[in-house]
Design a protein around this ligand. Structure first.
Ligand SMILES: NC(=O)C1=CN([C@@H]2O[C@H](COP(=O)(O)OP(=O)(O)OC[C@H]3O[C@@H](n4cnc5c(N)ncnc54)[C@H](OP(=O)(O)O)[C@@H]3O)[C@@H](O)[C@H]2O)[C@@H](O)CC1
Ligand SMILES: [K+]
Length: 305
């Protein structure tokens, strides 16, 4: 399935250059979840969307050797059980770990299906540091996560972060807030496969330091709101000239007295840019959010198609 793209023109103030670009969408968690819900209500059963999410991960990652899928109790875990079904159907070696008790409705369906297809299951304790696996898939927490990780989830994240295996995060690195990118303890991924559309949190705060590469799997969800746009990282410098205020995340938090834990940088820079009629850039070492009065853009040097 092709990612929906929109072509837009914008004029850069500093260089008066006209640039025509294809924009991929970046969205808030609320928009993603409400768009998911509408798609389910109007067109596509939730179990079908979950299978598409799993297929998206399967298509984006070159699965080989032994895979261990580590699941939480929500639909992010459900994506993991559906992926285990796909791997089993391809006769690939797959083990699941239920890091916490409980299932979502669709998660339970795919868990039972995976078991009936002969997928092996071990406990989190038995999984240890996931030695002996080639790939570990992090399906603990997705867009339903907020607050801080504790208990078994914190334990599972710590264990995943000790594995020598290639780590794949489903949708969002578990422990990272999908809106703010804040995460004190989160999974370090080799690749994160975002589901539906890229979430703002994948570019902000701590997220860029947990993600090695980032890609998105389109699963046919039509967005309710057209929010933010993805641009090439190479174009960041075009926004850093005349009439721009450029901050690192730390400088931004300090100057305006925000706490990274609660600050929604995207909403704040969007408002500031309109109010002051200025371009505002907030950067990490690998990514940036740019509010340019009319539009908000995101970019990162770890985007992969
Ligand atoms: N149908 C769809 O919409 C589709 C969704 N899709 C997938 O579903 C994901 C969203 O699924 P979701 O909404 O079930 O939430 P999810 O991210 O699995 O986690 C929620 C669980 O975590 C828990 N939890 C929360 N905070 C916590 C904390 N601090 N520490 C510990 N636990 C915490 C919370 O528990 P509770 O607090 O409610 O007891 C709840 O059980 C999305 O990212 C995508 O991967 C795709 O399949 C496409 C179709
Ligand atoms: K995850």
């Amino acid at each position: 399935m092709r990612l929906r793209r929109h072509t837009t023109q914008f004029v850069n103030n500093a260089y008066r250059k006209e640039i025509t670009m294809d924009f991929e969408k970046v969205v808030s968690v609320k928009n993603m979840r409400e768009s998911d819900a509408r798609t389910i209500a109007e067109r596509t059963p939730s179990a079908e969307l979950m299978m598409r999410a799993a297929q998206g991960i399967f298509d984006k990652v070159k699965f080989a050797g032994k895979t261990c899928v580590v699941c939480g109790k929500g639909n992010n875990g459900g994506d993991g059980y559906a992926l285990a079904c796909i791997l089993a159907r391809h006769s690939m070696d797959c083990t699941i770990v239920r890091a916490v008790e409980g299932f979502s409705k669709d998660g339970l369906y795919y868990y039972q299906l995976a078991k009936s297809l002969g997928v092996n299951e071990i406990s989190l304790y038995e999984a240890g540091n996931f030695e002996g696996y080639d790939i570990v898939v992090d399906c603990l927490l997705g867009t339903g996560f907020s607050g801080k990780v504790e208990g078994e989830i914190a334990q599972a994240i710590t264990q995943i972060n000790m594995t020598p295996a290639y780590v794949v995060s489903a949708d969002i690195n578990s422990g990272i807030n999908g809106d703010t990118g804040y995460g004190e303890l989160a999974v370090n991924s080799d690749i994160t496969v975002s589901i539906g559309s890229l979430k703002t949190g994948l570019f902000l705060n701590d997220a860029p330091y947990y993600i090695d590469s980032l890609t998105n799997a389109d699963i046919g969800i039509e967005l309710l709101l057209d929010e933010y746009k993805l641009i090439d990282y190479d174009n960041l410098e075009l926004f850093e000239g005349y009439n721009s205020e450029v901050y690192t995340t730390e400088e931004f938090m300090e100057k305006f007295n925000y706490s990274p834990e609660t600050c929604n940088i995207t909403e704040i820079v969007a408002e500031m840019s309109v109010k002051n009629k200025k371009t505002i850039v907030v950067k990490t070492e690998h990514s940036a959010v740019i509010a340019d009065v009319k539009y908000v853009y995101f970019c990162a040097d770890y985007i992969r198609n």
